[in-house]
Design a protein around this ligand. Sequence first.
Ligand code: ZN
Length: 260
Amino acid sequence: MAKIKKLYMQKCGNIVTPDHFPSAPNTTREYKKLIVISLYVLEHPEHGVILIDTGVELSRIPEEELEIMACIRPGISKCLPEIGKTADDVKHVLISHFHWDHCAQNVFFPKATFHIRKNEWEAVNDPATPGYGKFDRDMAKEFAKEVRDLKLELIPDVPEYDIFGDGSVISLDTKGHTAGHQSFIVRFESGNEMLLTMDATHSEDELYDSRHIMNPWSLELAVRQTEMLKRYREETGRKLWICHDANQWYDCKKFPEYYE
Ligand SMILES: [Zn+2]
């Protein structure tokens, strides 16, 4: 069965948490977090270009968050020509969760099918479910309005879900950060496999010290997910790919280099 040919990592900006950053209680003068905002581009032999998250977009950053943003890069739709692709080649977008740093560029891919966990879509559209800012909720509404004939695939609330039915990308239920958060296992033609944690953890610190877990919808579930991630790492001997981890970013292959 077809598997992923290539995976590219692209950064769209940095967040530097200031002293008063509300969702990082352990941020101090000495301990300031640098958070990388990154996304993934996959090439699938049958399903074309697949994005995992769409990242930030300058005009779609909440005003109160602007001060923590640094070095915003051109959107992924503008970078695709570097690998011989355009936004029209993007057939599928997998959204880990509906926070503004993960899905602000959704509207640039109106022809794609969006794969979101059912719980996530319901939660961001339900004002009674905590875990989202007003900006996140407004962005979800705008997205549904701006993308005419929105193609939405809602992933059922099961522990693992084979998105394309060929084992190439597996959605993992990692609710905790938000009510319907998903992480992914990507399987390559080469036999390689990568677990993309998305925001199930933001850094190595979070994996080992729950006081560093930022802003969870459910702390109990968020802790449980970090245990699952560490178990995967121990059992498989594979690395965890953490999209916000700045230390990891500096060592990884960056767009247009790729993993296979
Ligand atoms: Zn995030």
